[in-house]
Ligand binder design. Structure first.
Ligand SMILES: *Cc1c(COP(=O)(O)O)cnc(C)c1O
Length: 242
C-alpha cells in the first residue's frame, strides 16, 4: 500500500465513523504524525492532500520542518503540530516552527510560551493535555476521575482561568491519549470523559472550546464517535516506526 492509498483508507474510516455518529467529516482535522519519518515521506503525504503534520521531538522538528517547508514541492498552508512533551528549556525552539501545540501540560510552560510568542509577535494555538485515564506514564493535567473529585476540578478550573489571561495563546481545546488496549472499544470511556470535561468547562466558563484532539491509529474511529475534532494518525499512514 502506498502512502496515498493509506491516506484514502484513513479518510474512509473517518467518513464511516462520522456517518455512525451523525457528524460531518469536514469537522475532523487529520494530523499525519510524521515523527521518525524523513521529509521525503512528508512531501509524499502533502502530494496526497494532507495539510497538517504532527511531530513529537524538538531536535528532529528543527531539522525536518524547515527542510520540508523550503522544498519546492512543499504545499502552501501546511501546518505543524507539536504532540510530544515540551521541556521548559526547549520552548524557545518550539515557538518559531510550530503552529499548534497539543501537549501544554503546565502553567509554567504556558507562561513561557506566552512570553516567547509575544516577542515573536505570533499567536500559538494551544491544546491542554489532560491525563484522563490516570496512567502514571502519561503527561498532562491530572483529571482522572474529575467527575468525582471537586478538588481536581477546582484546581484545574483555576489553571484554565489563569491560562486564559495569557497573551498570544489561543486555547482551543483539550488533548488526551488513551491507554493501549487490545480491544479498542475499551478506549471509549476515556474519550467520552474528555468530551464531558470539555462540555462542563465551556458551560462553567461560558466559552466555546472548539477542539478535542484525541484518537490515534488504534482508536481514532472510537474517538470520532465520541466527539474528536482532531485525530493524530501515524502508523496507519506511514507504516510502523522502527
Ligand atoms: C505517536 C503519537 C501519535 C500517533 O500514533 P500512531 O499509533 O502511530 O497513530 C499520536 N499522538 C501522540 C501524542 C503520539 O506520540
Amino acid at each position: 500500500m502506498s502512502i496515498s492509498d493509506n491516506i484514502a483508507r484513513v479518510h474512509e474510516i473517518i467518513a464511516n465513523a462520522c456517518a455512525r455518529s451523525n457528524r460531518n467529516p469536514e469537522d475532523i482535522t487529520l494530523v499525519a504524525v510524521s515523527k521518525q519519518k524523513p521529509s521525503t515521506v512528508v512531501l509524499e503525504a502533502m502530494a496526497a492532500g494532507v495539510q497538517h503534520f504532527g511531530e513529537n521531538r524538538v531536535e528532529e522538528s528543527m531539522q525536518k520542518i524547515p527542510a520540508v517547508m523550503e522544498h519546492p514541492d512543499s504545499i502552501r498552508g501546511a501546518r505543524w503540530h507539536m504532540i510530544g512533551h515540551i521541556q521548559s528549556r526547549k520552548v524557545k525552539h518550539v515557538v518559531p516552527i510550530f503552529d499548534t501545540l497539543h501537549s501544554v501540560d503546565s502553567v509554567k510552560i504556558a507562561q513561557k510560551l506566552s512570553q516567547l510568542a509575544q516577542v515573536a509577535d505570533k499567536t500559538i494555538i494551544v491544546m491542554l493535555e489532560i491525563n484522563i485515564s490516570g496512567e502514571e506514564a502519561k503527561h498532562g493535567f491530572d483529571l482522572h476521575n474529575w467527575q468525582q473529585s471537586a478538588e481536581k476540578r477546582e484546581a484545574f478550573w483555576q489553571v484554565f482561568d489563569e491560562l486564559h489571561q495569557l497573551p498570544n495563546l489561543d486555547i482551543r481545546g483539550l488533548m488526551t491519549m488513551a491507554p493501549y488496549y487490545d480491544n479498542s472499544e475499551d478506549t471509549r470511556p476515556v474519550f467520552a470523559d474528555l468530551a464531558a470535561l470539555k462540555e462542563t468547562l465551556s458551560g462553567d466558563f461560558g466559552v466555546t472550546i472548539p477542539d478535542l484532539s484525541m484518537g490515534m491509529t488504534n482508536d481514532y474511529h472510537i474517538a470520532i464517535e465520541e466527539g474528536a475534532t482532531i485525530v493524530r494518525i501515524g502508523r496507519a499512514i506511514f507504516g510502523e516506526r522502527i
